[in-house]
Design a protein around this ligand. Structure first.
Ligand code: NAD
Length: 374
C-alpha cells in the first residue's frame, strides 16, 4: 500500500495533506508513504521532518509512481496522477458542485475520487470532517483579520486619558466558523450578537455569552436543519431578514458573515445600502467570499472600501493558518482511512454509509447521488 502526497499547486494554497505525525501513523499501519519535495514548506514542515518520520521524499512523478492512494488538500490535476495504480483512490477536497469538469476527468482516468467535503455529518465521522476543522480556524482568523484592520480597540478600556468603548461585533451564520468567530470576539472583549436561520443556534449563541438576533415574524429552519445544513430561504423570510439586518447593522462596528448553503452560491445577506448605513471605520469580513459572497461588492483577497467601510475576505481563510490547518486536515484524512483499515487486506475498505457518501467516481463513471440529482 503506497500513499502519495504532492505539493499543492492551487493558487495561494499553503496547506499540505500530510504531516510527519500522520506519516508515522500511516507507516505504523503498514503503508509506505511518499511526499513530494518541498510539499510542507509553506506549512513550516521541512523535507527532513518527513524523512525523519520514515517517509520517502522525492520529485512528483516518483512519488506518484505506483501509488494506491493519493492524499491532497485540493484534488490534484489528473495529469499529475498518470503513474498511479489503475483505480487509485484520491482523498482530497474536490469542490464537486463547481468543479464538474475535474470530477469528469477523474472518472475518465478510472481514478476513485473521494471528496472530503461530502463526509456525512454523523457522530462517528466528526473526526474525519475537513469542513469543520478548517471552518473553525477560519472563524478565528476572520475575527483577527477584521480586528487588525479596525482602527479602534475591541475591549473596553478605562484609562487615565478616558474610556475606550468595546467594539460591537455581529456574526451572521452560526455554524462551526460562526461559533468560533463569536468565541474569539468575546475573548477579545467585544460585545457580540449573532444570527442564523436555524433555530438550534439560538441556544448556542447564548451559551457563548452573545446576544441572539433572530427573525421572529417568519419561521426559519426548525432545529439543526437537514444534516445540519441550511437551505435557501423563502422570499418572505429574506425580506424579514433584510429588515432585521438593516435595523441592527447600523449600530455595529464589525460584521463577520459565514453563511453557506451546500451546492449553491452563498446567500446575499448585506446589500450596498446596508453597508452605507454603517459608521465610517467599520469592518466587514466576508468568510463566504470564495462561494460568491454574503456581502455586496466583496472581492476575494482584496480590501474593498465602500461608504467608509472596509470589506475584506480571503479566498482561503484556513490557509492563513497553514501549520494548524494542515495538522488538522492531515489528521482528518488519517482518521478517515485508519477507521476503515483492514489489517488482513493491508488497505482501507470503506463501508456503504461513508464510502457511498464521499465517493464521486469509480469504474470510469461519476457515481455520487448528490451530483446526479443536482
Ligand atoms: P455551513 O458552513 O454550511 O453554514 C454556515 C452557517 O450559515 C450555518 O449555521 C447556516 O445555518 C447559516 N446560514 C445559511 N444561510 C443563512 C442565511 N440566509 N442567514 C443566516 N445564516 C445562514 O454550516 P457548518 O458550519 O458546516 O455547520 C452547520 C451545522 O452542522 C452546525 O450545527 C454544526 O454543529 C453541524 N455539524 C455537525 C457535524 C457532525 O455531526 N459530524 C460536523 C460539522 C458540522
Amino acid at each position: 500500500m503506497r500513499i502519495a502526497v504532492l505539493a499543492e499547486r492551487g493558487a495561494g494554497e499553503s496547506r499540505v495533506a500530510l504531516t510527519p505525525e500522520t506519516a508515522k501513523k500511516f507507516i505504523a499501519l503498514g503503508a509506505d508513504v511518499a511526499v513530494e519535495e518541498g510539499a510542507g514548506v509553506s506549512a513550516s514542515i521541512t523535507d527532513e521532518a518527513y524523512r525523519d518520520a520514515g517517509a520517502e521524499v522525492a520529485a512528483a512523478a516518483k512519488v506518484v509512481e505506483g501509488a494506491d492512494i493519493v492524499l491532497g488538500v485540493q484534488a490534484p490535476d489528473v495529469a499529475l496522477l498518470a503513474g498511479a495504480k489503475p483505480g487509485a483512490w484520491v482523498a482530497a477536497t474536490f469542490d464537486p458542485f463547481r468543479e464538474k469538469a475535474r470530477v469528469e476527468a477523474y472518472a475518465k482516468e478510472g481514478l476513485e475520487a473521494l471528496s472530503m467535503e461530502f463526509m456525512p455529518r454523523i457522530t462517528r465521522a466528526q473526526s474525519m470532517d475537513v469542513l469543520s476543522s478548517q471552518s473553525n480556524l477560519a472563524g478565528y482568523k476572520a475575527v483577527l483579520a477584521a480586528a487588525n484592520v479596525y482602527g479602534r480597540a475591541f475591549p473596553m478600556m478605562m484609562t487615565a486619558a478616558g474610556t475606550v468603548q468595546a467594539a460591537k461585533v455581529f456574526v451572521m451564520g452560526v455554524g462551526v466558523a460562526g461559533l468560533q468567530a463569536i468565541a474569539t470576539a468575546k475573548r477579545l472583549g467585544a460585545q457580540v450578537s449573532a444570527t442564523d436561520v436555524r433555530s438550534a443556534t439560538k441556544e448556542q449563541i447564548q451559551s457563548l455569552g452573545a446576544k441572539p438576533v433572530f427573525v421572529e415574524e417568519v419561521a426559519g429552519i426548525e432545529g439543526e436543519g437537514s444534516g445540519g445544513y441550511a437551505t435557501e430561504m423563502s422570499e418572505e423570510y429574506q425580506q424579514a431578514q433584510a429588515k432585521l439586518v438593516s435595523e441592527h447593522i447600523a449600530k455595529q462596528d464589525i460584521v463577520i458573515t459565514t453563511a453557506l448553503i451546500p451546492g449553491r452560491d452563498a446567500p446575499r445577506l448585506i446589500s450596498d445600502a446596508q453597508i452605507a448605513s454603517m459608521k465610517p471605520g467599520s469592518v466587514i469580513f466576508d468568510l463566504a467570499v470564495a462561494q460568491g459572497g454574503n456581502v455586496e461588492g466583496s472581492q476575494p483577497d482584496q480590501t474593498v472600501e465602500k461608504h467608509g467601510v472596509q470589506i475584506i475576505g480571503y479566498s482561503n481563510t484556513a490557509g492563513h493558518l497553514a501549520a494548524d490547518a494542515s495538522a488538522l486536515f492531515a489528521r482528518n484524512l488519517y482518521n478517515f482511512l485508519s477507521a476503515f483499515w483492514d489489517s488482513e487486506a493491508g488497505k482501507p475498505v470503506l463501508d456503504e454509509e461513508i464510502g457511498d457518501a464521499v465517493r464521486l467516481t469509480q469504474g470510469g463513471k461519476v457515481v455520487n447521488e448528490r451530483l446526479s440529482t443536482q
